[in-house]
Ligand binder design. Sequence first.
Ligand SMILES: Nc1ncnc2c1ncn2[C@@H]1O[C@H](COP(=O)(O)OP(=O)(O)OP(=O)(O)O)[C@@H](O)[C@H]1O
Length: 795
Amino acid sequence: MMIRPRSLNLTPTSSFSTITTATLSNIPPSSSVVGPVSPPATPLLPSSPDSMASPSIFPSPTNSSRSMSIRENVQVVVRLRPPSTKERAQSEEPCWHIGPDPGMIQQLQTRKNQTAVFQYDSVVSGVDNKLVYDTGIGNLVRSTMAGYNGTVFAYGQTASGKTYTMMGTHDQPGVIPRAIDELFAYIEENPGREFMLRVSYLEIYKEKIRDLIGDNDQVIPEIREDKKRGVYVRNLREVIVTSAQQVLDVIKQGEDNRHISATDYNTESSRSHTILQIVIESRSKDVFTTDQGSVRVSQLNLIDLAGSEKATSDLDRRQEGGYINKSLLALGNVISQLINKMNNEKVHVQYRSSTLTRVLQTALSGNARISIVCTINPTWKSKDESLNTLRFAQRAKQIRTSAKMTKINEHSELQKCLSTIAELQTRMQEKTEQEFETKERLSHLLSLILTSSKNAPPTVAAVSKLADRVVTGDSILSHSTMQEVFAQCEQGLTATREEMVELQQSLETERKKTIEQKTLMKEQERQIQTYTQTVADLEFQISSCEKEIEELELKLSTSNDACTDLETQLSTSNRDRDEYAQQVEEYREHIKELTSRMASLENELVSSQEKQDDLVQVIVTKEGEDNERVEELKKLTESLQEQVTLLQEQLEESTTLSESSSSSMTSTSSLKHRHEQQQQQQQIEKASRMEELEKELATCMQSLDDKTTKSIVIEKELALCMKSLQEKTAELLMTKKQLEKEQYERQSELLTMTIQTSKLDDNNKRNSRLNIPVLYGGAWTMIAATAMYAYSISS
Ligand SMILES: Nc1ncnc2c1ncn2[C@@H]1O[C@H](COP(=O)(O)OP(=O)(O)OP(=O)(O)O)[C@@H](O)[C@H]1O
């Protein structure tokens, strides 16, 4: 579901305040409030929105101590942006509904059925910028022309339409271009006053002020405070403007210098707060008015704040976002503190908590009319940020201001300019008079020349002589004489007529010339004005240039000294570098030598380890063989023992047999004797067999003993061999470590020397343009090698 653009019937009259000398108690009570939220409304008085256009509505300038003031609450217009193409494509849900009452906006119902309702001077949606301007801003702009300070700013989440509202587009000019047109229209409508407009343009980026139309490298803008002007920014370039186009040119110049970047939320996001300041001075042209020549001074601030935002993915943008959020938070706090102060609480308003609040201090302190356009995004996604903006608007709405007309009698820029113009005009007048006199004399001379060249016209003397003759009658006035006189008179008259025609012609020519000259003079006056401005600009530039030159000269002399020092250093370092290079070469040779020695030692170590492995193999084999033999002998011994046991058993058996047979022997002695003989024979055989077996056993035992002794000897030998091998290995390892340590030390020395050489070369480079990246490369290679080597040692 999309937000349906509401057909607004916003009659500006409902929200305009009036000029009054009344005290706060005269302000009508707040209008009725719908819903749970209840901001105090601006006094709703039946004044026409265009009433400000007429200068008569403003208090007439007076020097009385009871100065006229405009007392009112801050004007708040909430603007709901239409959904963007992306939001439409993603079918994002609308979150806000405008109405049902004028100036009301409410959150669409949630599942929990809870909804927030807010009430302001007006709530608008759609693309129409004129509607926003007419609703809450035009009136304020006109009042600045009448001498009251005014501040307009756009506040809201990123991508909610602040810049769109303030600057607008080609088809929908925003607040700023509309305000500029209004200022110059006001001048046209008030021919009885003289105006002078000065424009400056600044931005606050990462808490620092930058002049968007000045040279920030030359002059640093800074915040100052004085009793008369309050808090203001010093060292800003101010341009005197005489047409709306000139202001637009200044803005164009500033926009090119402004910080704008693409963020996750807006492809052209303002990364700074920008303030367009227009100082307006005006004076009545009629010196006999009660103004008595005093000048009204006011200031109009048109501010496009940067938008509050959640953290973005880009690190730089995140950092900027941090500054932006911090300053907006400070603005919110200042507004809360101002409300508390108005409610007679003892609070300190922390204007100094951010550059933004400090710059806006004078405007926020009360002596300025304030209009705020709070912009919000239409979707649920931005609900929390929109709620924050609406709460800010709600608090801001509670601030009461009391803008006073400021009049000064001296030191105004307008007066300075006017006196310069008057001086120039006097000089021009003098010059014109001189030129006129010269022209008169010339024309007289010319007429004399023309008259003398005529064909014998009667001269004045001749005519008077003739007249004398007629009058005195010293001769007879005959008919012929009379005719002659008439003829002469006729002739004289004709000549005079001709002369008059000529004079008229030359007069006409002169008149034309005078008109042309007047036009020329006007043009010159205009040019003089332009030249004066240019001269002032140039003088400013010259003084800046002179300063620059002085600084450069100072820098030059310093750098000359530094050059001399560096040259000395260069020659020394060149010498040092050669020596170092030689040493480096030597060290490299040494390292090579050490490396080859190490390689041979490592080879030796490897071969001795191989030998050791062989010996261990031999020992293992021998041990296996011995074990096998011992096993065999054991088996043999066991079999022999078995045989011996067998024989002993046989022996015992035969003994038993002999004992049993001895009893039978008594019966048959012969048989006995034979049997005895057989037994003896058997015993002898057995004994010899036993003897043999015992001998064999003894031999076996002997050989076993021999083998055991031999294997013990071999084992001892092996142990000795192993010991000597281990000693040799340990010795080799020690030598290797020693060599490695030595090499490491040499490399460290080499590294230090290389770095020193690089440093020296770095100095040299500035003077002799030596190229040292190769050496740096060498140094870094060495560092890497050393680090790897140290790592290998430690591991
Ligand atoms: N009322 C509107 N009607 C039509 N388009 C709008 C409106 N408001 C904003 N836009 C568009 O929405 C986009 C974002 O607006 P804008 O740049 O003015 O936002 P912003 O609040 O100034 O953002 P930031 O704080 O990041 O600078 C722009 O493309 C602008 O044209």
